[in-house]
Design a protein around this ligand. Sequence first.
Ligand code: SF4
Length: 338
Amino acid sequence: MKPFDYLRPEKVEDAVTALASTPQAQVLAGGTNLVDLMKYDVTHPDLVIDINRLPLKAIEETADGSLRIGALVSNSALAYDAVVQERYPLLSSAILAGASPQLRNAASTGGNLLQRTRCYYFYDPSTRCNKRDPGSGCSAIGGVNRIHAILGASEHCIATHPSDMCVALAALDATVEVQGAQGKREIPFADFHRLPGDQPEKDNTLEKGELATAVRLPANHFAKHHSYLKIRDRLSYAFALVSAAVALDIQDGTITELRVALGGVAHKPWRDPLAEAEFAGAPANEESFRAFAARLLTGSIGQGGNDFKIGLAAKTIVRALTQASVRQPQVQSHKAIF
Ligand code: SF4
């Protein structure tokens, strides 16, 4: 590991100033991804900015009925927060589907947004990887690509975003609050993560020197009909092959609102609001759910090793929508799927 300087600021402004003024600065919160990346020689910061003393650990209800979650709130604290469990059970469920209790205790909300892909080649500096080393090529295309993208990929990168939490945040129309040297701004969640295009090294739309300070959740009416269903190779602890965060509003057997975000299939949580709008007014039954799955997966393409994900994603969407419609959300404690 390369030597680096270490800073532990007390104020957000000081963290942002250091982040903006040091070319190779990296932010440390829970460290559950950054420390691995440094040990594997994937990233080499000149400066590590430890933000754990910043005042970003609160979960607050706001005047407009939103919930504001500080970037340093741990995954465990968020999943078990009483307001989150009551009003945003989809988010709580998605968090509990991820990682292990030890990791969830350490990992932060902001860090979850910013975690890097789990593409095997990205973590192996002896291989070609456009995300780690722009212009070097993509070893996953034509290589081992069981865990890779079926939607929104490019000829430069077919990686997926690994988060569970972010899939629920996408379905819930969250907003990310950021602060930089130029001041504060807000980024709709759908615009926070990006597709790889010809710049796969850029995971998100943060500008240089900007720090994610909070996530805001608008009020919603999805506490009744929701489910987070995660399909993985190993039930005890693994990243998603495919996951679906589903929220429904159903009146007299008819869908009045539908939200579906997919994890494990693209470089960002995958949602299509136009497709969702087409199904408002449809009966809440298996036929509608199958038709929606086909619509959402339009344009999906396998890379050989991950061809199975297309069919798996369709089944996952239908199953999660069925669970949500009958108010039997996926249980994350024993993980058996009904
Ligand atoms: Fe690198 Fe992306 Fe290719 Fe993986 S899929 S090897 S992260 S460029």
